[in-house]
Design a protein around this ligand. Structure first.
Ligand SMILES: C[S@@+](CC[C@H](N)C(=O)[O-])C[C@H]1O[C@@H](n2cnc3c(N)ncnc32)[C@H](O)[C@@H]1O
Length: 487
């Protein structure tokens, strides 16, 4: 456990009492003034743990107004480690605490502090209630507050450490198991073949057997996390893709080993890789839970290749499972007015989407050749094969005569020569275009060495783009372009 290095003789403690003494001398005792002294002391303590004291921290409550505490100690992942609420000297502190708790204040590691007394609640009960007008007492109090680790954090940290150490070993063991079962378990072979065929049809005709085995391994390594850590015991039963993969896993495990509104119709979302797909499902369902207070299955997410949706052939294909196919069909039949995304960009992207990089999309490619490439004066236009160009082109067609496309993308289309035809088409097919160019192309500006200058920690330039099309009834458009750049 990390310890707070604080002694009664330390300067921040001395300064705290000195500030209170000065306030007293000039007759100031109201909370707004004196709390700054405690805030400074807390900031000092938080820094030792790498936490920032954020004043006026808002806590969302389902079905009510958010609560604002005077301060929260927050780490780099936005996890909160403790809360602080300041009170006047004159307040009856115990009564104030009761009121705040009744109003829904957090009860896990929160200090209610007046200059001469403080109450500490941890895990739902008062663990300290003491006079803090002496340095010894305040030091003991702050130690108890800062060194507290909520039980769930402790479990989480243990689990992460354990998991990190064991992932490679578990992955290898699963790979060996799959190989063995392939030889000896005909039920597994048949189930795997079905899954493999489904993946070929709905994700990528070139998908390799190894990539599908990798999907099984990823699923096995993560599904317990979804079930237990995220407290979603039904995840594999309710998620339509996870349920399908579970069938193969059932066959795999049969012999070898045992193991332990807006949401409804309006929102659609696509992902082609299994793990990001699981994570997106969980994030969306959890955000809904946070806002509304009930857990509901998000039926708008599809495991599908978005660009495949523009290819004529997919009308005859199924997409992994009947439920997933139904979702894809629902999406295809829905008018879509707003498309938001961070599409992949291959141009030497670090985490290039392996399963997809060799994929050809005839219809999309033809569309781009006949528009963005045809109207280019450049001799070399192969950069137009970048998937982010396809994403813009796909979204531009998908919103039809009215809508907004909001994408964070590679910024090469803003001024590179090969994109002149694309710029022309964008200007002529939208009414308003807003571009915030975040720059940061490391190759073009060697002064920006490394990847720390880039919002995504990558080396290529990035821009945030909004393309707006209004229903005008006119065929020809000429967009107004609002452009701003950060470097
Ligand atoms: C740059 S990441 C953005 C991830 C996430 N949306 C975010 O902003 O953190 C691009 C995501 O698009 C997915 N993707 C790539 N090609 C796709 C395609 N053709 N259809 C659907 N999803 C795709 C990738 O698997 C990846 O998760």
């Amino acid at each position: 456990m990390e310890r707070l290095n604080l002694k009664p003789t330390h300067k921040p403690v001395q300064n705290y009492y000195e500030a209170l003494r000065q306030f007293k001398t000039i007759g100031v005792s109201h909370e707004g003034a004196v709390r700054s002294a405690f805030q400074t002391l807390l900031e000092h303590c938080g820094r030792q743990f790498g936490w920032k004291l954020v004043p006026e921290w808002s806590i969302r409550k389902s079905g009510g107004h958010p609560i604002r505490v005077d301060g929260a100690l927050v780490d780099e992942y936005r996890l909160t480690h403790g809360f602080w609420e300041a009170k006047d000297t004159a307040d009856d502190l115990a009564k104030e605490v009761k009121k705040k708790i009744a109003a829904g204040y957090p009860q896990n590691n929160i200090i209610f502090q007046a200059p001469d007394r403080a109450i500490l609640m941890q895990n739902g009960r008062v663990v300290l209630d003491q006079d803090i007008s002496e340095a010894d007492a305040i030091v003991q109090f702050l130690k108890r507050f800062l060194e507290y680790v909520p039980p769930e954090f402790e479990e989480w940290t243990d689990a992460v450490e354990h998991f990190q150490d064991r992932v490679p070993e578990l992955g290898e063991a699963l790979r060996a198991l799959i190989e063995k079962e392939e030889k000896s378990n005909s039920r597994f072979r048949a189930a795997f073949e079905t899954l493999f065929e489904l993946c070929r049809q709905s994700i990528n005709p070139n998908v390799s057997k190894e990539a599908v085995e990798e999907m099984l391994i990823q699923h096995l390594l993560t599904e317990r996390i979804f079930r237990t850590v995220f407290n979603n015991p039904d995840f594999t039963r309710r998620n339509v893709i996870a349920a399908e993969i579970e069938k193969v896993i059932d066959a795999l495990t049969s012999q070898s080993f045992s193991r332990d509104g807006f949401l409804h119709n309006e929102l659609h979302c696509n992902e082609v890789m299994l793990l990001p797909y699981y994570i997106a499902s969980m994030n969306i369902e959890h955000e809904f839970y946070d806002l509304v207070g009930t857990y509901e299955l998000f039926e708008g997410i599809c495991l599908v290749d978005t660009f495949e949706l523009a290819e004529g052939s997919q009308a005859t294909l199924s997409f992994m499972t009947p439920e997933n196919t139904a979702r894809v069909e629902r999406q295809k039949a829905s008018p879509i007015r707003v498309i938001i995304g961070n599409p992949p960009y291959n141009a030497k992207q670090l985490n290039e989407n392996d399963a997809n990089k060799n994929r050809r999309y005839k219809a999309m490619e033809r569309l781009i050749t006949e528009s963005y490439a045809k109207d280019s004066k450049a001799t070399l236009v192969n950069t137009l094969s970048d998937p982010y160009v396809k994403a813009i082109r796909w979204a531009s067609d998908r919103i039809e005569d009215e809508g907004i496309v909001a994408f964070v993308t590679n910024n090469s289309f803003v001024n590179e020569i090969a994109f002149d035809g694309m710029r022309k088409h964008l200007a002529e097919s939208f009414d308003e275009i807003y571009i915030l160019n975040l720059g940061s192309n490391v190759r073009k500006n060697p002064k920006l060495s490394g990847s720390t200058h880039n919002v995504f920690g990558i080396q290529i330039g990035v821009s945030i783009n909004l393309f707006v099309r209004k229903r005008t009834g006119e065929q020809s458009r000429q967009a107004t372009i609002d452009y701003a750049a950060t470097d």
